[in-house]
Design a binder for this molecule. Structure first.
Ligand code: UD1
Ligand code: CA
Length: 423
């Protein structure tokens, strides 16, 4: 069945204490909202992001990066139920299902969401809410069940009497529903509650009253619905995401020498028998081949593709670069906006000077197969070095160089005998 999503992202995010809207705060250089949109990519065919606070910035990000998503403005923000009601005009005759998620919950996985949808379908439900068990359920809506264990309603922390506050099963804030059957609820919600808001959670009771089939799907790994409300939460989510990634990589045959000091983004692929040495930081989307040695203290900034058998050593920063087979950049270098062929050697301290501060543009450095760059070279882009050419140490290369040449710029060496003694 066709599934569309509604992603709630209009709230203020006050506790972040930030000029940046909460859902645009980043983990490994990708905004929180991006994780949610990426994870539903194979599940939904159209996504509505509800925006309000800093709407323009969120809209710009969504439109630029996600063609199958549109933003819908919610002003003022009268609650989560009110937020979903904003899509009513867009989904008037929609007969499929709607998946509702929050933009500040980046740890949810596609695998879990698929299971959630399957559970909903195999139970012939009209509405399914995701729940989980928290030892400390503070601030979450509590899942209240009937004597027979079936779902009764969700009560928000601020509306809950002490006996309900003691409940540890909480609302994860993720729902899937049969739109035609449940959508009338959104015109009937009221705001008679402690926060004076239109609560999305009230659709559970509404569904029951209207004799619809309402269920809860209990999520075992509660980490997945960890929400970001503060900078501390952001750091914790980064840690959880990183641990998850390192474990997957190790399971797939990558050596991580020190998981405690290694940071690798979810969007980075690494081949077997590659070794990642300590204090390496890899953000953005990258692809690293087999049998490579990365780090210690390497920094990948995204858009990097490294073929097999390469070495990217200590204090080497790489951004938007293709690195060919068996190429080495062992020490203290910057490689940005570059294409390096196979068997290239980059001497210590080599810099690709890719940025022109006057025009504000970035240009490309191309090094063909077998190029050898001497230490402390600056390659001023745009520049291309032909196959097999060597560059002498300490050179500043501002022009293209052909194949199999030696190129160097170097002030002549002067030796003044006895100079020190005379002084
Ligand atoms: C909500 C749930 C709670 C659940 C928790 C899970 C309600 C009433 N409560 O509480 O049961 O345990 O999520 O994280 O739904 N938003 C809008 N427009 C609004 C209000 C909120 O877009 O008018 C967005 C926020 O930006 C956020 C999401 O909805 O992404 C959730 O809102 P938030 O205020 O964080 O809800 P909680 O109090 O956490
Ligand atoms: Ca709230």
């Amino acid at each position: 069945m066709e599934i569309k999503s509604v992603i709630l992202a209009a709230g203020k995010g006050t506790r972040m204490k930030s000029e940046t809207p909460k859902v645009l705060h980043k983990i490994f250089e990708k905004p929180l909202l991006g994780y949610v949109l990426d994870n539903i990519k194979t599940i939904t065919n159209e996504n509505f992001v509800i925006v309000g606070h800093h709407a323009d910035e969120v809209k710009e990000y969504v439109e630029k990066n996600y063609q199958n998503a549109k933003t819908v403005l919610q002003t003022p923000q009268l609650g989560t139920g009110h937020a979903v009601s904003m899509v009513l005009p867009y989904l008037k005759d929609f007969k499929g299902q709607v998946l509702i998620l929050c933009g500040d919950t980046p740890l949810i996985t596609a695998e879990t969401l698929n299971k959630f949808v399957e559970f909903h379908n195999s139970n012939n439900s009209d509405l399914t809410v995701m729940s989980t068990i928290f030892e400390n359920p503070t601030n979450y809506g509590r899942i209240i069940r009937e004597q027979d264990g079936s779902l009764k309603c969700i009560v928000e922390e601020k509306d809950a009497p002490p006996e309900q506050k003691a409940v540890k099963e909480v609302n994860a804030g993720i729902y899937i529903l049969d739109w035609a059957k449940i959508s009338p609820a959104f015109t009937q919600l009221t705001s008679n509650n402690a926060q004076g808001e239109y609560y999305l959670t009230d659709i559970i009771e509404w569904g029951k009253k209207n004799n619809l089939k309402v269920n809860a799907f209990i999520l075992e790994n509660s980490d997945e619905i960890y929400g970001i409300n503060s900078r501390k939460n952001l750091a914790e989510a980064t840690r959880i995401m990183n641990t998850r990634k390192l474990n997957t990589l190790m399971d797939n045959g990558v050596t991580i020498v020190d998981p405690n000091s290694t940071w690798i983004s979810e969007d980075t692929e690494i081949g077997t028998d590659t070794i990642i040495y300590p204090s390496t930081y890899i953000e953005g989307k990258n692809k690293i081949g087999k049998n490579c040695k990365i780090g210690p203290c390497a920094h990948f900034r995204g858009g990097v593709e490294v073929e097999d058998n390469c070495k990217i050593g200590n204090f080497v920063e790489v951004k938007k670069a293709k690195i060919g087979y068996n190429t080495n950049a062992g020490h203290l270098s910057y490689i940005g906006d570059s294409e390096l062929g196979a068997y290239v050697n980059i001497g210590a301290g080599t810099i690709t000077a890719n940025f022109d501060p006057i025009t504000g543009t970035k240009s490309k450095t191309i090094l063909k197969d077998n190029v050898k760059i001497g230490s402390n070279t600056v390659l001023v882009a745009p520049v291309e070095i032909g196959e097999g050419t060597n560059i002498g140490a300490g050179s500043v290369i501002t022009k293209n160089v052909g194949e199999w040449a030696l190129a160097l710029t170097r002030a002549p060496l002067r030796i003044i005998e006895g100079w020190v003694k005379r002084k």
